[in-house]
Design a protein around this ligand. Sequence first.
Ligand SMILES: [Zn+2]
Length: 186
Amino acid sequence: MPVPIFCVNCGLPHTEESNCKNYIPLLALSTYSDGIRKFIIKLKFHNYRPLGKLFGRFLAHRFCERIENLSPDYLTFIPNHKNSARTFSHTEDIAIGLGEKIGIPVSDCLEWKFSIAHQIGKTGAEREELASDSLRVTDEANIVGKKFILIDDVYTTGSTARAGIQALKNAGAECLAIMVVAKQIS
Ligand SMILES: [Zn+2]
């Protein structure tokens, strides 16, 4: 099911005439339905790795015109958590599949500041607060002034996406859009 494009910063749906000053669109391939959930779980937890690039190619097909208009310098992605047992980054694979299709390089430039254990014992509000400052850029010198599209697998509250936007901004770069495979509809 197609997801209407809306702003990651203010949460409002946006049209061409919209005038949000901090407009960053969320471009999602699908809602987080049972069908797509099954494939994301296969990719993330059952190491069905080819699905990553495939999702990237679907995103390219669906949003190629919009990406061309935004004209980013790089794609980047939300990285695995520090203590993750995963052997590969599925979000990087999604970005690579997308980048190959549209001819835009992928920059592995974000990292988590803390391990997940750091969040244990925190309330929901505290976690949200922590989340806004939880990512950083690893290679600041090379990304100053560059424009990015940030890739993730699933969009739920948007706190991870906003942490990525903030990390890029702190390093002097700009996030033009968030792209995800699926958006959770509450
Ligand atoms: Zn907005």
